[in-house]
Ligand binder design. Structure first.
Ligand code: NAD
Length: 355
């Protein structure tokens, strides 16, 4: 039976393929832009340089200082440059950190954004922005943050190191997995979510074995786009709450934290979400899905223990307190003891259980 639902599709133009970055000048002109500022992170400065050459007179300059968690100080620096050069639009090439900077500038100026993602984070299709100031990360959701155009160029992902590709892929799987049991889930988002997980789970082992596997790279980027749509369209639950809490408290790396927590959060939640459990098992190809994802992470040499990415054991209690404070909606009620058990297992790298 199809249950009642509400669904809202978000606007946005997407180009997908190999070599699609060459379409950038046409897309800039399509938006009527004449002086765009190109953004990226320091390690990807050469990519920004390449884009300014490609854009010629339509490039007003480049800012290569984007950083993880979108610090407001970085945004102010980039904003000053945007004003100095008279930018009328933003082009961002990079992962979620660069996309975050583009959104932060758009939030303050309403400049149009063209995003060229090079990881699987999915931020490029969401109206969500997390910013950090004085060590505090605040997140907002506003449709005006949505980029106008996204150019997915598979070629640009070939350089993403295999380990980072795997954890970034798990970050994407997490968006889709939690969409399957969201309070505001809809049949169309569930279809998208299942397809996203299927594409990513099949691609990641091939990428870990060969970073230049073009077919697997295209499947992973396609899956990342679909996962981004899930994150953009429905609410996230315990898994994302735990990752935001742990990342904020202990400055843990974003994608790795998602990789470690996901099997544990799913093992906890799927008990209360039988339809999602079946869909996820179908997408992963094994049942139960949480164990299969845990085994996949081990097989792909991804981190499986919070203790190995910098979380102190003495921090578990603090994390439990934070995680149960202002909880996100969750299919299964959360209580102090069960969350303590979950975080403790994730800290140690134990097998996920529903306890
Ligand atoms: P990232 O953007 O920080 O990139 C990680 C590193 O990989 C950087 O050093 C970057 O320069 C490098 N890199 C990126 N692509 C590369 C490539 N193709 N080849 C070589 N190196 C490459 O990491 P991320 O995981 O993509 O993004 C994390 C950030 O995004 C976090 O701040 C997170 O909160 C945010 N995020 C936001 C949303 C949202 O919807 N607002 C969604 C997901 C993530």
């Amino acid at each position: 039976m199809t249950e009642a639902f509400q669904h809202e599709s978000l606007p946005g133009r997407v180009l997908f393929g190999f070599g699609t970055v060459n379409e950038l000048p046409r897309e800039v002109a399509r938006l009527g832009l004449r002086r765009v500022l190109v953004l990226t992170t320091p390690p990807q400065a050469a990519e920004a340089n390449r884009l300014t050459l490609l854009l010629g007179s339509a490039a007003a300059g480049a800012y290569t200082g984007a950083r993880m968690h979108t610090p407001v100080s970085v945004t102010e620096e980039a904003l000053a440059l945007a004003r100095d050069v008279g930018a009328d639009g933003i082009v961002a090439i990079g992962g979620g950190s660069t996309t975050g900077l583009a959104k932060a500038i758009a939030a303050r100026t309403d400049l149009p954004q063209i995003i060229i993602p090079t990881t699987y984070a999915g931020s490029e299709v969401t109206p969500i922005l997390g910013e950090t100031q004085d060590g505090v990360k605040t997140t907002r959701r506003d449709l005006r943050l949505l980029p106008e155009t996204v150019i997915y160029d598979v070629d640009l992902t070939l350089s993403l190191p295999p380990d980072l590709s795997v954890t970034s892929g798990f970050n994407a799987i997490a968006h889709a997995a939690e969409a399957l049991y969201a309070q505001d889930a809809s049949p169309v988002v569930s279809l998208i979510a299942e397809e996203a997980v299927r594409a990513l789970v099949s691609a990641l082992p091939l990428i870990q074995a060969d970073a230049h596997h073009r077919i697997a790279r295209s499947d992973a980027l396609y899956g990342a786009w679909l996962s981004g749509i899930c994150l953009a369209t429905v609410g996230m639950s315990l898994h994302h709450k735990l990752c935001h809490t742990l990342g904020g408290l202990f400055d843990l790396p974003h994608a790795q934290t998602h990789t470690i927590i996901l099997p544990h959060a799913l093992a906890y939640n799927l008990q209360a979400a039988p339809r999602a459990a079946v869909a996820l098992a179908r997408a992963v190809g094994h049942e139960p899905a949480p164990s299969a994802l845990h085994e996949l992470a081990i097989h792909l040499n991804a981190p499986i223990a919070l203790k190995d990415i910098g979380m102190p054991q003495g921090g578990i209690e603090q994390a439990v307190e934070q995680a149960i404070k202002n909880p996100y909606w969750n299919p299964r009620p959360v209580d102090r003891d069960s969350i303590r058990g979950l975080i403790s297992r994730a800290w140690a790298g134990d097998h996920p259980t529903a306890a």
